[in-house]
Ligand binder design. Structure first.
Ligand code: SAM
Length: 219
């Protein structure tokens, strides 16, 4: 059986009883970064063996994990944060397992986009999640063009290093949307700031962006 297990996006207490029980009982945990997941497993005294499953070994390792699953082993799939497959290397293994009729179940839990959306105060009955925007400005602006006139709340993941450039692109490409920056959710420096793209650029010109960010827009 393959268990798709959500893990915390910051605060180690944000994990379900079922997730901890499952991580303790499976034969193997496939983790994006085993050192990172060890922080969680140590905290909950989970001594299940860990193996790495990340972007650059996912094809070879995926076949190996599939073989173990076919032999009847129980495997839990986790990533560094949140829900496997959401902008991280989970989904290829899930697809492989599904295509091979491997029994699987999902153990739901945190994901940064939903935490940010719920905290944003923006309409959340209808939204679009775009993952990470392109790194290069031309491609990023082209992507943003697609959201001109979009009425639904649009959600992106963004790196602190590109945040102010992206805010500038948002200001120049879109028609003065309300922007929410949700930073370091569930962690010590959690901050949710709602303003225009221009105001947020000013704010972050005085306070260097640090940590993990979700950007949300509503026009
Ligand atoms: N699988 C994860 C999920 O379910 O949210 C997302 C993985 S993606 C590689 C990592 C990105 O998620 C970060 O760059 C950031 O944009 C966002 N993120 C993760 N944790 C966050 C947090 N505590 N606060 C704000 N954003 C977070």
């Amino acid at each position: 059986m393959l268990y798709i297990v959500s893990t915390p996006i910051g605060n180690l207490k944000d994990i379900t009883f079922r997730a901890v029980e499952t991580l303790k009982s499976v034969d193997l945990i496939a983790a994006e970064d085993t050192r990172h997941t060890q922080i969680l497993t140590r905290h909950y005294q989970i001594d299940t063996p860990l193996t790495s499953y990340f972007e650059h070994n996912q094809f070879k390792k995926g076949e190996y994990l599939l073989k173990l699953l076919k032999e009847g082993k129980d495997i839990a799939l986790v990533t560094d944060a949140g829900t496997p497959g959401i902008s991280d290397p989970g989904y290829q293994l899930i697809q492989l397992a599904r295509d091979n009729d491997i029994p699987m179940t999902v153990i739901p839990g945190p994901t940064a986009l939903i935490a940010a959306l719920t905290a944003s105060g923006l309409p959340c009955h209808n939204f679009i999640f775009e993952g990470f925007l392109p790194v290069k400005s031309v491609a990023r602006r082209k992507k943003l063009e697609q959201f001109k006139g979009e009425e639904r709340t649009v959600i992106f993941y963004e790196s602190p290093y590109r945040l102010t450039k992206t805010l500038k692109d948002i200001e120049e490409v879109l028609d003065n949307p309300v922007v929410v920056c949700a930073r370091e959710l569930t962690k010590k420096f959690e901050e949710v700031r709602k303003a225009s793209a221009r105001e947020l650029q000013e704010y972050f010109s005085k306070k260097t962006p640090r940590g993990e960010f979700v950007l949300l827009l509503n026009q």
